[in-house]
Design a protein around this ligand. Sequence first.
Ligand code: SF4
Length: 404
Amino acid sequence: MTLKLDSLRALDEIYKALDDNILQAALSRASYNNQVKVTEILASRPEIASLAIEVREIKRRSIMKLEELIDQAISSLKAAKANPYYASSVEDARSIIGRIVGSNKLVILSKSMAAAELDLRSYLESQGNEVWETDLGEFLIQLEGVKPMHTIAPAVHMTREKALILLKGKLKIDVKEDTIESIANTAREFLRSKIIRADIGITGANALAADTGTIVTVENESNIRLVSSIPPVTIAIVPIDKIVPTLLDAVKVAIIQAAYAGLYPPTYINIVTGPSSTADIEQTRVYGAQGPKELHVILLDNGRLNAKSNPLLGEQLYCIRCGRCSFECPVWVHTANYWGGPVYGGPMGIIWTAITIDPIEAGKLAYLCLQCGRCDESCPVGIRLSYILRYLKTIAISGSMSKL
Ligand code: SF4
């Protein structure tokens, strides 16, 4: 069963969000803090803005020859002893991952919007597995049972009081003090006990280098490096729009994503090419040293190749998921990801929902866009989000994808 968007139900949620004073205060604080941080980074590091222009060009060239890069990435992944799979739909991806994971396994996830596209946690749980999110924000919203409220800050709406209630109520864990440090430490202890015993680790990717088959991820919590290195079997879900020609290109994408998310320098950039191995005995290479023995890479299409053929929707494939446009958007700052589909929200989220789920329902939600253009100005890779949103409005009216 694929995820669906019901625009009328989404409107109900938006009205509730507008009446939630705690949410409104949290969104206003998060948006302000992101704007201040990014402004400081760009003022003190002028090379970042130049690198963002370079990344736009990398993405433009990558999307132009996407089919060729997919083939090259598959060959490179095989050469690196990883197992690549092409999944054209949500159902394909779930069935591939379901076969790899099986049942009665302990599965750990790192924050991944691609995994959310697959509603993977619920799917794996329905197959009899125990599944835990390891990013603190994702872990808290797993306990709360809601969707991520921002691409890079999924628990942007979470207060310490709410986090305490969730840990005590849902996990029956005693949190020593009523402080954020104590909450983070309690979550860390709980998740470490799962990470160390996990059978399978599943990550997303910030970029995949076609020339080497290398997966690049950027983070500050260090959970991605644990998820991708501790379990004996790991899986990376890579939306095909994240494939770029070279490893250097992939690292540049990760740096720009972090900087425009307000995290520069990033704490960690992880570079993974194939499973762990050693050739220390008789110069004979064997796989499975201290890290995973198996690495499976799912290249997820789910509407992306189709979007590529549309001159406006295709531009969204440049997106590096920094979340900058949401923090800048005067609508998102009052609605969070309640304005959006079941996975993505905000200006970029409406468009990603159109690509991956339903352009007509997403187009109805695009009518909340004020066309102020602040998203266009803030996007590091120069996506004309407001133009695409206007186009989606016409799709909602006509009831079908029109030619431009
Ligand atoms: S559309 Fe642009 S600003 Fe928004 S998340 Fe994507 S890259 Fe970032």
